[in-house]
Design a protein. Sequence first.
Length: 221
Amino acid sequence: MRRVLLIGLLIVLLAPSALLLVYRFLPVPITPLMVIRLLQGEGLRKTWVPLEAIAPALPNAVIAAEDNRFCEHAGFDWKELGGQIDAALAGGRARGASTITMQTAKNLFLWPGRDLARKALEAWFTPQIELLWPKRRIIEVYLNIAEFGPGIYGAEAAARTYFGKSANGVRVPEAALLAAILPSPRSWSPARPTKYLQRRARTIRTRIGQLGPMLDCVRPA
């Protein structure tokens, strides 16, 4: 029994690593979250597109909204995490310190939720993604599998659903709205933005201009 459990554990830990090598070059066909939502009765709208077919405004907006130091860290933003710990110890409200790479690991292999097992596996997969994929591949996969609404996955499906255009035609204000909904894509809609969502999108647009060279890793070589 001990041997069986050990083999099972090794499969759980190493099989995704082999998939990462495959997904370094091939599109991701489906994710656990997509399957879960399908079983819950939701649809599945997704179209894989290369990063070159996504307007640069969108990866820039996502980095500005979710992970300002994406181009600088190796999967974990220790500076942001330390700041959030200090804020919590001081009695303030700590925000999440999840990076785009961590979110990619979660979206690619894991289930929704905040349980300890999921967070531990997320921490296991995150440095492997950084080791095996360049930054442009990480943002490309993230933008193709992220949930943008009930049954809506990826930038192409989101752009067509909310704005009636391809991801390549998304303008900066639209990109900021798409990035703004990512913390709660099942509650917010860029097609019907609340005042809070509009303020958040304006902040994202401002931040894009401030990041400058911190966006270099997602720009074409």
